[in-house]
Design a protein around this ligand. Structure first.
Ligand SMILES: Nc1ncnc2c1ncn2[C@@H]1O[C@H](COP(=O)(O)OP(=O)(O)OP(=O)(O)O)[C@@H](O)[C@H]1O
Ligand SMILES: [Mg+2]
Length: 228
C-alpha cells in the first residue's frame, strides 16, 4: 500500500485565472523519498496544504496510508493528520512561547499513536535535536521565539520526525541553513525516514539538493504523472 497516493488532484484559488495545482497521478511507498522542485509561486506549498488536508480541493483524491483524506470530516482529519503526517511548514509554525523541546514534543501530546511510537518523547526530542546539530540543553531553556531562524527550522523538522509518522511533508526545510548544515540535516532526515519506513515528500526550489533523493520530479510535470 502506498503511503501517499494522489489522483487527478486540481486546485484553483478563488479568483485565480488558472489551476494552481494539477496532479495526474503520484504515489510514494513506505520508506521512499521524492524531491519535488519548481520555481517560487508555482504551487508547491499549495500542494503540501492539499495533501495535508489543510485546504479542501474541488477535484481528485489524496490517500495517506490508505485513507482518503477528503472523506474525513474536519475533526477526524485533524486527528488523522496528527497521527500519520509530519508537517514541516515553510514558515515553521512553532509555538513561540513554548521551548524548543516542548515544540518538538507537541505531536505526541496531540496523538496517542505518535506518543506510543516515540516511547519517551523528551528523550527522542533531545536525540533528534542533537542529531540535527543543535544543543538540546539550550533548546530546553529557550522559547521558540528566541531562537535563530536556522534553529527554528531544525526544531520544526524534529517535530515532524518525532513518533515516526507514515508520511513527512517538508516544505523548503533547508532555506535558512548554511551549506554544511544542509548536508548534515539531509543525512539525518533521510536516515531517520528510512529507519522508520517513513515516506518523505520534500519540496524546494533549490535544485542543488536533488542528488540526495531517490527520485526527483519537476512540479510542472505533475499533470502528466511526473514524466515529460
Ligand atoms: N491562501 C491563498 N489564497 C489565494 N491564493 C493563494 C493562497 N496561497 C497561495 N496562493 C497563490 O497560489 C500560487 C502558488 O503559491 P504557493 O505558495 O503554493 O507557491 P510556492 O511554489 O510554494 O512558492 P514559494 O517557492 O515562494 O514558497 C501563487 O500564485 C499564490 O499567490
Ligand atoms: Mg512555498
Amino acid at each position: 500500500m502506498p503511503m501517499l497516493r494522489i489522483e487527478g488532484l486540481d486546485h484553483r484559488w478563488t479568483g485565480a485565472r488558472q489551476d494552481t495545482i494539477r496532479v495526474g497521478a503520484l504515489a510514494l511507498g513506505a520508506g521512499e523519498n521524492l524531491f519535488l522542485h519548481g520555481p517560487s509561486g508555482c504551487g508547491k506549498s499549495t500542494l503540501i496544504s492539499a495533501i495535508a488536508g489543510v485546504i479542501d480541493v474541488a477535484e481528485g483524491a489524496v490517500c495517506v496510508a490508505g485513507r482518503d483524506i477528503g472523506s474525513l470530516g474536519s475533526g477526524a482529519r485533524d486527528r488523522f493528520r496528527a497521527d500519520h503526517i509530519g508537517l514541516v511548514f515553510q514558515m515553521f509554525n512553532l509555538v513561540p512561547w513554548l521551548t524548543g523541546i516542548e515544540n518538538v514534543i507537541l505531536p505526541c501530546t496531540f496523538s496517542r499513536r505518535r506518543r506510543r511510537r516515540a516511547g519517551n518523547p523528551e528523550a527522542v526530542a533531545r536525540r533528534l535535536l542533537g542529531d540535527l546539530g543543535l544543543d538540546p540543553d539550550e533548546l530546553g531553556r529557550k522559547t521558540a521565539g528566541d531562537l535563530s531562524v536556522g534553529q527554528q527550522q531544525r526544531v520544526a523538522v524534529a517535530r515532524a520526525l518525532i513518533g515516526t509518522p507514515d508520511l513527512i511533508l517538508a516544505d523548503e526545510p533547508t532555506s535558512a541553513l548554511d551549506a554544511d548544515a544542509k548536508t548534515a540535516f539531509l543525512d539525518v532526515l533521510m536516515r531517520d525516514c528510512k529507519a522508520a519506513n517513513t515516506a518523505l515528500l520534500f519540496v524546494s526550489h533549490d535544485r542543488g539538493l536533488e542528488g540526495h533523493f531517490d527520485r526527483s520530479v519537476d512540479f510542472r510535470d505533475l499533470d502528466r504523472g511526473g514524466t515529460r
